[in-house]
Ligand binder design. Structure first.
Ligand code: ASP
Length: 586
């Protein structure tokens, strides 16, 4: 038997017992006559003590144990003379009577403790060592708890988990597919699913009624910080539902997770239209843990001779409470921030409501005391408040102001990881016009149903048609999104036509779905949650990579196994593939 207990288990109540533990040597402390070792496993750390007086031979053996050696020890549980209140086992130690080395270890390339000296890439390369560290291990265990809680809730609600295939067909909509060559069908390729969307809809046609799956999805997108080419979704679909049924069911899921994982109770989630979110926060996934909502100022500030404002489609600002004492330097830094190409504003106007009641601005030349008082009033400002204003074309300016708002939210510590502020964003536009491609794109995906009350706009005002789609937003992240689906063949055909598919293309790509709609498709709808992000937020962090056992780096590489990699020519031949060097490509 390797162990009677684990390394996180023993307490004062075990005093006097003879126990056996197995684990890794985290740290050795040698005091001549005494030596101590911290023995670690998944469950915790237990101190081992070796005493020269009682067992000199054993002490010299202990001195030979290097970091990360795997050892088995037996001995008695004794009370520690100097207790460690930081760990649950800190009141006891094992007076070791016997040690067996189960496996030696090379010196690890970084310190395997809560605080490590290892950089990101190094820890990714030796991820199996990183996983021994408590913070990483705790994240994986949290992930496990969240997935169990999801399964409990959904199965309680009558959902059945059904697996859908990974080797499917490439489709032109959405992101780029990862493709897999088929050996048995030379020249043909499977694609890895970007989501099980069409399959879950077919499960509804198949009468499964309530489906879910915690499932890997694959998107070959250009990598952005904190995006993974493979990621996990909680994918769900329900038949005979309207939007309200879905919102209720999945609001319940998030409430259940917040309660069971974080012991947080939240009130019913607010609902905000897409239009309102964009106008008030410049963002369709607003972080509503803090205010600084947008105030539009066109009516107040235009036609006073300041051409930047006069020429702007939109003049809009935010109020930063208590920040009127910002220095020139701080304001310049904010100006630099908004002028960064990623933010894209041309400048920043500030207005300070000073403590003495005076109101000053960076554009005093153009605005009288009364004008400035009117601006402050529009913001509902009080003494000590700072107002920051941007101007330009509406969409761009809202986006830039949203960046500034989030920047300040971070800088001022207003985005508290322990606070949870979920909301639904609803009434998204069905379609988005893409100037470059000069065509309509589905804002969610081509299977999303228009709102019935907007159907009459389909003929001549496509941009105004709202979708029966919804996003669940938590702390500034979209954690879930879905829609009521089209279940009518003719409407689905019409949508494909709007999206620029010919009848033949639509049939070739999605014929299986449209045909299925001819065999009694029930009304249905669903949602999918980004599981990695959800876990990260529940864990109080924003980096999803920390919550994935074996993540890819920012270049989409697995640096541990070194993938992607070349395959040998025999394998290529078998697949009837040829690698063409870049310079030979047309
Ligand atoms: N399949 C969609 C997605 O991955 C979610 C949904 O509509 O259910 O975004």
């Amino acid at each position: 038997m390797y162990r009677t207990h684990n390394c996180g288990e023993l307490r004062l109540s075990h005093l006097g017992q003879t126990v056996t533990l197995s684990g890794w040597v985290q740290r050795t402390r040698d005091f001549g006559a005494m030596s101590f070792i911290d023995l670690r496993d998944r469950y915790g750390i237990t101190q081992l003590s070796f005493n020269a007086e009682t067992n000199p031979e054993l002490l010299s053996k202990a001195r030979e144990l290097g970091r990360e050696f795997v050892v088995q020890v037996s001995g008695q549980v004794v009370e520690r003379s100097s207790k460690n209140t930081q760990i649950p086992t800190g009141e006891i130690e094992i007076a070791v009577a016997e040690v067996t080395v189960l496996n030696a270890a090379k010196t690890p390339p970084f310190t395997i403790e809560d605080q490590t000296d290892g950089g990101d890439e190094l820890r990714m390369k030796y991820r199996y060592l990183d996983i021994r560290r408590k913070p990483v291990r705790d994240n994986l265990l949290l992930r496990n708890r969240v997935s169990l809680a999801v399964r409990n809730y959904l199965s309680e609600q009558g959902f059945a988990e059904v697996e859908t295939p990974f080797l499917i067909k490439s489709t032109p909509e959405g992101a780029r597919d990862f493709v897999v060559p088929s050996r048995m069908n030379p020249g043909e390729f499977y694609a890895l699913p970007q989501s099980p969307q069409t399959f879950k809809q077919l499960l509804m046609v198949g009468g499964m009624d309530k489906y879910y799956q915690i499932v890997k999805c694959f998107r070959d997108e250009d990598l952005r910080a904190d995006r993974q080419p493979e990621f996990t979704q909680i994918d769900c679909e329900m038949a005979f539902v309207e939007q309200e049924d879905i919102l209720q069911t999945f609001e319940g899921l998030l409430k259940h997770l917040l309660k069971s994982i974080r012991n947080v109770e939240v009130a019913n989630f607010p609902r905000m239209t897409y239009d309102h979110a964009m106008r008030t926060y410049g963002n369709d996934k607003p972080d509503i843990r803090f205010g600084m909502s947008f105030v539009e100022l066109n009516a107040i500030v235009q036609n006073k001779g300041f051409v930047v404002f006069d020429a702007a489609e939109l003049v809009v600002g935010i109020r930063v409470a208590g920040a009127a004492n910002y220095t020139r330097k701080q304001l310049d830094a904010l100006t630099d921030f908004v002028k960064r190409p990623q933010v894209g504003a041309s400048g920043l106007v500030w207005v300070k409501y000073n403590e003495d009641g005076t109101i000053k601005s960076s554009v005093d030349k153009f605005y009288s005391d009364e004008d400035r008082a009117a601006i402050a009033a529009a913001f509902g400002a009080a003494p000590n408040d700072l107002m920051l204003i941007l101007a330009g074309s509406a969409n761009k300016t809202r986006k830039a102001l949203s960046e500034l708002r989030m920047h300040l939210g971070n800088a001022l510590g207003l985005r508290k990881p322990d606070e949870f502020a979920p909301l639904w964003v609803v009434d998204f536009p069905l379609l988005e016009w893409d100037e470059d491609a000069s065509r309509w794109f589905a804002m969610h995906h081509p299977f999303t149903a228009p709102k019935p009350e907007d159907l009459h706009l389909m003929a001549d005002n496509l941009g105004a048609v709202r979708a029966n789609a919804y996003d669940l937003v938590l702390n500034g992240s979209e954690i879930g999104g879905g829609s009521i689906r089209i279940h009518n063949r003719e409407l689905q055909r019409q949508l494909f036509e709007i999206l620029g598919f010919t009848e033949e293309e639509a049939q070739a790509q999605f014929g299986f779905l449209m045909n299925a709609f001819e065999y009694g498709a029930p009304p249905h709808g669903g949602i999918a949650f980004g599981f990695d992000r959800l876990v990260a937020i529940l864990g109080g962090h924003e980096t999803i990579r920390d919550y994935i056992a074996f993540p890819k780096n920012n270049a989409g590489r697995d640096v541990m196994i070194d993938a992607p990699a070349n395959i040998d020519s025999a394998q290529l031949d078998e697949l009837q593939l040829r690698v063409v060097p870049v310079q030979q490509k047309q």
